[in-house]
Each structure stands twice: as C-alpha cells, then as structure tokens.
Write a protein that binds this ligand. Structure first.
Ligand code: NAP
Length: 231
C-alpha cells in the first residue's frame, strides 16, 4: 500500500495550528500534532518546545515512524504585552523568545536528517510584526523578525538541497492569542488559505488582509508602521 504523506505541526492543540492540522489530515496527511496540552491520539505528542530535550524527543518519535517527514510547520508561538518601563521578570520574556525563535531554530536543525529530500517543506509561521514593530509587544516583534530572517537564510541554504522553505504570515486570526480583538479572520478560513498555499508551492503564504498589508508595506513602509502602531 502507498504510504500517505507525513506532516508535523507544532502548536496544534488549538488556534491556527489545530485548524491547519485538521485540514491536512482531511487532505490525507498523517499529522503529528505537538503541544504541551496535546490530545490523547497516537500521533499527539505532548512536548514543551522550550525544553532543551524537546527536539530530540520529536526526532526520536519520527525515526520510530520510519518514514521521511514531508511537511514541518513551525506554528507554536506566544505573545505578551511588555511595558519597557515596567518590564516582566526576565523568565517571562525569555520564554517568549525561546518559544518563538530558539525552538523553531533548534527543531529545524534536529529534524533536517529526517526530512524527505527532494520534496520536503519547512514552513515558519512569522507575523506581520516581522515587517513593522508592534509597540505593545517589543519582544514578540523581535522574535518574529528574527524568525523571518532565519527562514530567509534557511531558504538560501536549503533550497539547493532538496527542501522548500515557506513563510506563513497570518493576518489577525480569531484565536486565544487575539481574544477580544476586532476584525479577526476565522481560524478555518486562515487554515484553508494556508493549506491551499502549501499545495500550490507558494514560498510566502499571507492569507486574508496580510497579503494587502505586505504589498502596502513594500511601497509605503513608514505609513504602514504608523497606521498599525495605533491598532
Ligand atoms: N492569531 C493571530 O492573529 C496571529 C497573527 C500572526 C501570527 N500568529 C502566529 O501564529 C501562530 C499560532 O498562533 P495562534 O493565534 O493560533 O496561537 P494560540 O491559539 O495561542 O495557540 C498557540 C499554540 O502553541 C502551543 N504552545 C504554546 N506554548 C508552547 C510550548 N512551550 N510548547 C509547545 N507548544 C506550545 C499551544 O499549545 P499548548 O498551550 O497546549 O502548549 C497552542 O497549540 C503563532 O506563532 C503566532 O505568533 C498568530
């Protein structure tokens, strides 16, 4: 029997990651779902991605499956408000940096040996704040800008080596992270557009309003930063 494609989605217990994992499963992928509060299915993996041993645990699970990984989606992330004049404890903002930036870097390095080549895809979920700075979330802005730069550099290295590197740039999506915010996109709509972009082989997937914001930023970067800084 022909083996289905294998995907791994981090932060798949809720929000965008859960929506994308569900859709990929409906498309026929076998999906490994990683989160701290993972479900109880055979392909749910309860891991704190900021723990030093996390990449090894995930790599070990994949090697037990014994099939190359077709699609790795780095999606887990967190965002906290940080008032620089009344900063949180270092552990609080360091955790955000660790999850948003160090964890996907470490997991990419650990899983490269099990990626399918040629044909494997590594997707990084960044944010529009990688383009402009969000005043209330300086640590989140820095982590996502760093992740976007890592993704671009990884693309230069890996695309000649049989892998495709994708950047996913969600707009404002209705999840726990954006509770109470207006003008959000439904998770299912965002997941549908993300999976459609992956199927088309897009290198940058910017669902909904994110596409227009990226275009505007290209011609009027200062204006976009000023407008979005007020939101
Ligand atoms: N929502 C938006 O408007 C928006 C916009 C731009 C970019 N993004 C990005 O899109 C991604 C998903 O966001 P979302 O809104 O769907 O967030 P969310 O609903 O808060 O979900 C975050 C996911 O990450 C997991 N997670 C958090 N800490 C973890 C840890 N230490 N180890 C393992 N998993 C962890 C959570 O599961 P557990 O708590 O069970 O671990 C959850 O599954 C993030 O990278 C975010 O920055 C979101």
């Amino acid at each position: 029997m022909e083996q289905g494609k294998l995907a791994l989605v981090t932060g798949a217990s809720r929000g965008i990651g859960s929506g994308v994992a569900e859709r990929l499963a409906a498309e026929g992928y076998r999906v490994i779902r990683v989160a701290r509060q993972a479900g109880s299915g055979p392909d749910d993996l309860a891991v704190d991605l900021t723990a030093p041993g996390a990449p090894a645990v995930i790599a070990e699970r994949l090697s037990r499956i014994g099939q190359p990984l077709d699609l790795l989606i780095h999606n887990a992330g967190q965002q906290g408000a940080v008032d620089l004049d009344a900063p949180p404890e270092r552990a609080v903002w360091a955790q955000e940096m660790a999850l948003n930036l160090a964890a996907p870097v470490a997991l990419t390095m650990a899983l490269l040996p099990v990626m399918r080549r040629p044909g494997g895809v590594i997707a990084f979920t960044t944010s529009l704040v990688a383009l402009y700075a969000k005043p209330s979330a300086p640590v989140y802005s820095a982590s996502k800008a760093g992740l976007a730069a890592f993704a671009r550099a990884a693309r230069h290295q890996l695309e000649g080596r049989g892998l495709q590197v994708v950047e996913i740039v969600p707009p404002l999506v209705a999840t726990a992270m954006t509770e109470g915010r207006r003008g959000t996109m439904h998770v299912d709509a965002a997941a549908r557009q993300i999976c459609a972009g992956l199927a088309r082989g897009d290198r940058v997937i910017a669902p909904g309003k994110a596409r227009a914001v990226r275009r505007l930023h290209r011609v009027l970067p200062g204006a976009v930063e000023r407008i979005l800084a007020r939101t």
